[in-house]
Ligand binder design. Structure first.
Ligand code: XUL
Ligand code: MN
Length: 345
């Protein structure tokens, strides 16, 4: 089969200002137009959006106003030759999502979360994408007894069903993450996301996004998560990055913490033909807080560069030799072969 080329995307939030829970921003925010220009200049193909990246302060605006702003944004994207990859409802900022969005104990708050998600669908459709990403930031607990997890599964299904019924064309990609901001999230892994999909009214329209850091945070190998999702035909988007063990969500450049884990993710994508149905490779990476303004885009440029180099590594890996070693159960030699392949000449 002919080798295919990959298409890349990132979101406006990936050109971030360096704030963390212990300190304020260290770089002044840039305009959306500047970010779009940089995305294009770096050779990326699409942009990812939260609903309020597309329409700032969306909750305060009328439907007509939202439509007008999205129309203008679509024009900008068209002019730049950049696609909108997905739109995700930001369900973790508003006071009504303090105790969870879809799984809040307050019915009025749950209603808000669903309404906001339906509006997000309108934004996505108008931007020309059928892909909705759900990162379920606050669906979980700090205090387990504060919520009924069994009941919360029903709430999640109810919310996804409402979205699927609202628009017969959209696909929903759930982005699992085990913790942060919650102590325990309800959908921590790809397996949980795909299992929940089966409970919805149209399971074939509910898939997932795999984020490397999130998989590492739950103690799994992201390459296995890719293979698992792709054996269901349900990996519809990707947030590649890196993570040094069980710490805060680091969103490091792809390959920064563990090159071999990155290599295995690329190998998994290659063997499954990721991208052949138009899926994009997204980098959900952030600049280090220490980053100077003049180096502000390096994490994006470097992640793409590392990815492409690893594609070459995957394509030049001596599969025949590997098969022989596997046949002989000489895994020590296989281990060393991988190391030397990655080290190069
Ligand atoms: C959070 C995260 C989000 C989602 C989009 O950890 O990864 O940026 O990717 O809502
Ligand atoms: Mn992400």
């Amino acid at each position: 089969m002919a080798k295919h080329t990959y298409k890349f995307c990132f979101g406006p939030w990936n050109i971030s200002e360096g704030q963390d829970p212990y300190g304020p921003p260290v770089r002044s925010p840039q305009s959306f137009d500047w970010k779009l220009k940089q995305l294009k200049r770096l050779g990326f193909d699409a942009m990812m959006f939260h609903d309020d990246d597309a329409v700032p302060e969306i909750d305060t605006k009328s439907d007509a106003q939202v439509r007008k702003e999205v129309r203008e944004l679509r024009q900008k994207l068209n002019d730049a030759g950049v696609a909108a990859e997905m739109v995700a409802p930001r369900l973790w900022f508003d006071p009504r999502t303090i105790d969870g969005a879809f799984t809040s104990n307050d019915p009025q708050c749950r209603k808000y979360a669903i309404q906001r998600s339906l509006r997000c669908i309108d934004v996505a459709r108008q931007l020309g994408t059928d892909l909705i990403v759900l990162w379920l930031a606050r669906e979980g607990s700090y205090i387990r007894e504060s919520k009924n997890a069994r009941q919360c599964m029903d709430y999640l299904v109810e919310a996804v069903d409402a979205m699927l019924a609202y628009d017969k064309k959209i696909r929903i990609s759930i982005e699992p993450k085990p913790n942060e901001p919650m102590d325990q999230a309800y959908l921590p892994t790809i397996g949980h996301a795909l299992a929940l999909a089966q409970l919805t009214r149209d399971p074939k329209r509910v898939g997932c996004v795999m984020e490397s850091a999130h998989a590492i945070l739950v103690g799994l190998d992201p390459a296995d998560e890719i293979d698992f999702a792709m054996s269901f035909g349900k990996l519809w988007s990707l947030h590649l990055n890196d993570q040094n063990g069980l710490k805060f969500d680091q969103d490091k450049p792809f390959g920064s913490a563990n090159l071999r884990v990155a290599f295995n993710q690329v190998r998994a994508l290659e063997r499954n033909g990721y991208g052949r149905k138009g899926e994009y490779v997204g980098f959900d990476v952030h600049p280090f807080r220490t980053t100077k303004v003049e180096h502000w885009l390096a994490h994006l440029e470097n992640s793409r560069r590392t990815f492409l180099k690893l594609v070459q590594k995957a394509r030049t890996f001596n599969e025949k030799q590997a098969r022989t070693l596997i046949k002989n159960r000489d895994y020590a030699a296989l281990d060393q072969m991988v190391i030397e392949h990655l080290l190069g000449k």
